[in-house]
Design a protein around this ligand. Structure first.
Ligand SMILES: C[S@@+](CC[C@H](N)C(=O)[O-])C[C@H]1O[C@@H](n2cnc3c(N)ncnc32)[C@H](O)[C@@H]1O
Length: 411
């Protein structure tokens, strides 16, 4: 039987879990807050740390609140619904500052809060298994069935129950692995990922969802348009942008706009290389200011979106290259003045870190959704000094956040 202890939480771990000491050893207790006296079970005990699961909050913090979502704590999605949004941002900032100290960066970090605390996500990935559709139970691969997700947009939530009814009525659960739903304003596209092919008629589902929805089916990585709306379309700073169904797109539109504005303002000079450039929206915004922008993007559908954005908006200063930054960046002109990087969570390949370090760019702008890999990459950038870091609240109520870091070349 696992041991139960009562301790007071003194700080936070990198994932925002409460931290205390049990017999001198660090113990991480998720969903607890500083100064709370908490009763918890020890669920994992190693030679260097232990983990606990709350049984009772004996003395709650003034920042504690009841989570509005019935799945909170069970579902692996959210981390902070037990506290106020403001306190969540304070914790995220504190955790980030702790990470930045590894880089000897001791300046303050400005925080940009998401205007929407809930219903901000324009994308949700639902898993299908064992006659169930939903998210995953925390720390497992088991499906947590949900009727709605409070952080997803209203138009996404309207679709979830209808899709479940459709899968049940048509006995289709065995054919799918995932259902990805994306929205923009009132338009919503549902993409069914098949693991076993079947010719499915989606007409009935479309009638239930309504004409503002579109349906795709993806098998063997090939998306196939089925019915209804074809594309997600947005306007950013006067640019018309269209996204293919499988392309990357930032999940919080309000914060995306603020983040891109800050990046555009931080750019120095006229010759810019934008690495990991996705569907090209940021490249396009910077090119609008008559800057020569080269975007480098590996993904085929993202590259095609970026090319379409360039053509449809007549962006003569923009050049999009499809390829791996590790191969393309070392070949890019030596007269580049600003490099922007926005890698996936795994951070940059070592070769990219070396290639960035070897350029003459006066400024480096690093956008990251993972402060641990950001710190690792920054430690490899010997010829750049970290000047400023900002925290953007891209993923409220979850454990994640976006950072914007500005470096200048050592002289
Ligand atoms: C975090 S997203 C950023 C996209 C874009 N900057 C934006 O704001 O929408 C990372 C992008 O990097 C691309 N990517 C991943 N590995 C890459 C690589 N080795 N070289 C170039 N692009 C890569 C992904 O396809 C994805 O579009």
């Amino acid at each position: 039987m696992s041991k139960t202890v009562i301790e007071t939480i003194t700080g936070y771990g990198y994932d925002g879990e409460g931290v205390c000491r049990v017999n001198g050893k660090v113990c991480f207790v998720p969903f607890t807050l500083r100064d709370e006296k908490v009763k918890f079970k020890i669920t994992k005990d190693t030679s260097s740390f232990s983990r606990g699961e709350v049984v009772d909050v004996v003395t709650p913090s003034g920042c504690r609140m009841n989570a509005p979502c019935p799945y909170f704590g069970k579902c692996g999605g959210c981390t902070y619904q037990h506290t106020t949004h403001q306190n969540e941002l304070n914790i995220k900032k504190e955790v980030l500052l702790g990470q930045l100290r590894k880089l000897n960066f001791n300046k303050d970090v400005k925080v940009f809060a998401s205007p929407k605390e809930y219903n901000y996500r324009n994308k949700i990935k639902l898993f299908v298994d064992n006659n169930k559709i939903g998210l995953k139970l925390r720390g497992t691969n088991i499906i947590c069935e949900i009727d709605e997700c409070l952080i997803a947009s209203e138009v996404i939530n309207k679709a979830i129950k209808t899709i479940r009814t459709f899968l049940m009525a048509q006995k289709l659960f065995d054919y799918y692995s995932q259902v990805v739903i994306r929205s923009e304003e009132n338009v919503c596209i549902v993409n069914f990922y098949m693991k076993k092919f079947k010719n499915v008629n989606y007409q009935g589902l479309y009638l239930m969802l309504g004409s503002n929805y579109g349906i795709y089916q993806t098998y063997n990585h090939q998306p196939e348009y089925k019915i209804g709306q074809k594309e997600i379309e947005i306007n950013r700073f006067g640019l018309d942008c269209k996204f293919s169904v499988n392309s990357f797109h930032q999940v919080n539109d309000d914060i995306e706009k603020i983040l891109y504005q800050h990046v555009a303002q931080a750019v120095k000079g006229k010759k810019i290389v934008n690495c990991y450039s996705g569907g090209g929206v940021l490249s396009g915004i910077i090119a609008l200011g008559k800057n020569f922008v080269t975007g480098i993007e590996l993904g085929k559908s993202e590259h095609e979106d970026a090319e379409r954005l360039k053509d449809e908006n007549n962006l003569i200063y923009l050049k999009n290259i499809q390829g791996d930054c590790a191969e393309i960046l070392p070949k890019v002109n030596s007269d580049v003045e600003t490099i922007i990087v926005d890698p996936p969570r795994a951070g940059m390949d070592k070769k990219v870190v070396q290639a960035v370090d070897a350029t003459n760019a006066q400024r480096l702008i690093y956008i990251s959704c993972n402060s641990a890999t950001f710190v690792r990459d920054a430690q490899g950038l010997k010829s750049y000094n970290l000047k400023e870091v900002k925290l953007f609240d891209m993923f409220p109520r979850t454990g994640e956040y976006e950072i914007l870091a500005i470096f200048d070349k050592n002289n």
